[in-house]
Design a protein around this ligand. Structure first.
Ligand SMILES: *Cc1c(COP(=O)(O)O)cnc(C)c1O
Length: 491
C-alpha cells in the first residue's frame, strides 16, 4: 500500500458527444409508442417460442456475458440494447408461463395486468400523496375496500398496498407491537418480553420482521403442527399460557392461510376465537391462499379470516398479477396510525387531502393497484377465482399421480397447489443426495423446474402449481425425468 492520495478518477471515455436523454413528453410520444412496441414485440416472440422454463445456463456463463459490458459506453440505440439484452437476459430467462415451471410461487400473469403495468410506469404516479397521484389514490382505496369486503373485515377496515408479503407481514407485526405496548401502557421497555406465535410451517419473514422490530431473539415461538401441517389450537393455547407464565407478553398469533411448502391453512375460526378471548392480535398471512377469496368453490377454506386483526394478501401469487402487488389489511383503521409520520414538505398534520403515505412504510410508491384494477374491470373476480380453482384441481390430480407412483413418496395432499414428495431409491440408500441431484439435473437440462424443501431432516422435492396450462401429462413427464435423474444417481 502506498500512502499516495488517490488521483481523481479520470472522466470515462466517451464514444462521441453524449446522446440527449430521451424523456417521455409531448414531443417524444410517438417514439415512446414505437419503443415500447419494439420491447413488447421481443417479449411476445420469446414467450411464444420458449420450449422449456429455462435454458439451464448457470451464473458462470451469464457472468462472462454481463461483466465485460462497459456501462460507461452506451450503445446509443435501443434496438441494439434489446439485442444485447437477448444475450444477457431474455434468452436464458426463467419463464413462469411454461407448463413445466413447477418451482416457486410464481404465476403466469393476466394480460389486463400487463396493460396496467405499462400504463402505471409511463404515467409514473406516486401513491404517497394526493398531489402526486390524483385518482390513483382513490382507485387504490377502492381496491383495499373491495379486498376488505371479501375478507369480511367490516366497516372499520382499511389497509394499503405493499411491495410484497414480507413487507405486509412486517407492517402487520409493527401495528401489533404498538398495540401491545399501548395496551400495557408501556414503551419500548416491553420489547424484550414480547412474543409472536406462528406455525412451525409459517413463513420466515415473520422471524425477520421480529428482528427488524427489535424483539428478542427468542421472540418467535414456532408452534407444532398436526399431520396436515396445521397449527393446533390447543398447542397455541398451551404456548400462550407458557409464555405468560415465563413473564412474556403475547404480541400476536400469526396464522398462515396457505403455508409456502404445504399450502396448509391453519384453523382460522378456532384461532380467531382464541385470540378474541385472549385479546391477542391475530394476523393471518394469506400471501398464498388469498386467491380463495374469489374462488367459486373453495371460499369456505378461508372461513374465520374475518376474525383477523390484520391480513396479508399477495395478489402477485394467486391473483395472477405481475410482481409486485400485495396488500396489508386491518380490521380497525385506527391502528394504521402507528405507521403515520408527518413531514412539512409532504403530509403536514393539518392537510385534509386524502393520502396513503400516512398508512404506509414506503414514501414514493408504485401504483401497483392499477394492475388488479384493470384485471377486475376486464375479467372480473369470478374469472380469476375460476382460474385459481382450475390450478387447485390440477394440483389435486398431480398429487394423486405422485401418490400412486411406487417410485415416489408423497406427503399429505395440500388444500392449495403444492405437492411435496421425494424419489425413493429401492434400498433408500442416499435418497437425500439423489433428490438433490435430480432437481439440479432437471434445471440444468432446461426441461423442467421444481423446488425443494427439507421435511423432518429429509430432502424432499416440491411442485408448486400456479399455471392452468400445466397438464397432468406434464406432471407425469416431469416425474419420469426426476426418476431417471435420481435413479441414475442412486445406482
Ligand atoms: C410468499 C410468501 C410470503 C412472502 O411474500 P413476498 O411477496 O415474497 O414478500 C409470506 N408468507 C407466505 C405464506 C408466503 O407464501
Amino acid at each position: 500500500m502506498t500512502t499516495q492520495a488517490h488521483p481523481v478518477a479520470a472522466a470515462p471515455p466517451r464514444p462521441g458527444p453524449a446522446a440527449r436523454v430521451d424523456l417521455l413528453h409531448a414531443g417524444s410520444a410517438e417514439r415512446y409508442r414505437r419503443l415500447v412496441a419494439a420491447g413488447v414485440d421481443r417479449v411476445a416472440r420469446r414467450v411464444a417460442g420458449v420450449d422449456g422454463p429455462c435454458t439451464g445456463v448457470g451464473p458462470d456463463v451469464l457472468t462472462r456475458r454481463i461483466d465485460p459490458i462497459d456501462l460507461d459506453r452506451p450503445l446509443g440505440d435501443p434496438i441494439a440494447a434489446l439485442d444485447e439484452l437477448e444475450d444477457v437476459y431474455l434468452r436464458d430467462a426463467v419463464w413462469f408461463h411454461h407448463p413445466r415451471y413447477l418451482a416457486h410461487l410464481n404465476c403466469p400473469v393476466a394480460l389486463p395486468a400487463l396493460l396496467g403495468e405499462a400504463v402505471l410506469s409511463a404515467v409514473n404516479s406516486s401513491l404517497d400523496t394526493w398531489d402526486q397521484s390524483g385518482g390513483a389514490t382513490l382507485i387504490e382505496r377502492r381496491l383495499i375496500g373491495w379486498t376488505a369486503g371479501r375478507l369480511g373485515l367490516g366497516s372499520t377496515a382499511d389497509g394499503v398496498f405493499t411491495s410484497g408479503g414480507s413487507q405486509s407481514n412486517l407492517q402487520a407485526l409493527l401495528l401489533a407491537r404498538e398495540e401491545a405496548c399501548a395496551r400495557h401502557g408501556a414503551g419500548r421497555e416491553l420489547l424484550p418480553r414480547l412474543r409472536v406465535l406462528v406455525s412451525a410451517a409459517g413463513h420466515f419473514s415473520v422471524r425477520k420482521s421480529a428482528d427488524l422490530l427489535g424483539l428478542a431473539p427468542e421472540a418467535v415461538v414456532a408452534v407444532p403442527t398436526d399431520a396436515g401441517r396445521r397449527m393446533r389450537p390447543e398447542a397455541v393455547r398451551r404456548e400462550l399460557d407458557r409464555c405468560r407464565q415465563a413473564g412474556g407478553v403475547p404480541m400476536a398469533v400469526v396464522a398462515t392461510a396457505g403455508t409456502t411448502d404445504f399450502g396448509s391453512i391453519d384453523p382460522l375460526p378456532e384461532l380467531a376465537e382464541l385470540c378474541a378471548i385472549d385479546r391477542v392480535w391475530l394476523h393471518v398471512d394469506a400471501a398464498y391462499g388469498c386467491g380463495l377469496l374469489v374462488s367459486p368453490t373453495r371460499r369456505h377454506l378461508l372461513a374465520g379470516v374475518e376474525g383477523a386483526d390484520s391480513v396479508t394478501v399477495d395478489f402477485h401469487k394467486s391473483f395472477f398479477q405481475p410482481v409486485s402487488s400485495s396488500a396489508v389489511l386491518v380490521r380497525d383503521r385506527r391502528t394504521l396510525r402507528h405507521a403515520t409520520y408527518h413531514a412539512d414538505y409532504l403530509n403536514p398534520a393539518r392537510s385534509t387531502q386524502p393520502n396513503q403515505v400516512d398508512k404506509s412504510l414506503q414514501t414514493t410508491r408504485r401504483f401497483d393497484a392499477l394492475k388488479l384494477w384493470l384485471t377486475l374491470r376486464v375479467l372480473g373476480p369470478d374469472a380469476v377465482g375460476a382460474l385459481f380453482d382450475e390450478v387447485l384441481d390440477r394440483a389435486a390430480a398431480a398429487w394423486s399421480l405422485v401418490d400412486a407412483d411406487p417410485r415416489f413418496e408423497a406427503l399429505a395432499g395440500s388444500p392449495l397447489s403444492t405437492v411435496v414428495f421425494r424419489y425413493l431409491p429401492v434400498d433408500r440408500f442416499r435418497a437425500d443426495e439423489a433428490n438433490r441431484h435430480a432437481r439440479a439435473a432437471l434445471a440444468a437440462s432446461g426441461a423442467a423446474m421444481v423446488a425443494a424443501t427439507v421435511v423432518d431432516g429429509r430432502q424432499f422435492l416440491k411442485f408448486t402449481l400456479l399455471n392452468p396450462e400445466t397438464t397432468v401429462a406434464d406432471v407425469g413427464q416431469v416425474l419420469d425425468l426426476i426418476a431417471a435423474h435420481a435413479g441414475g444417481y442412486a445406482r
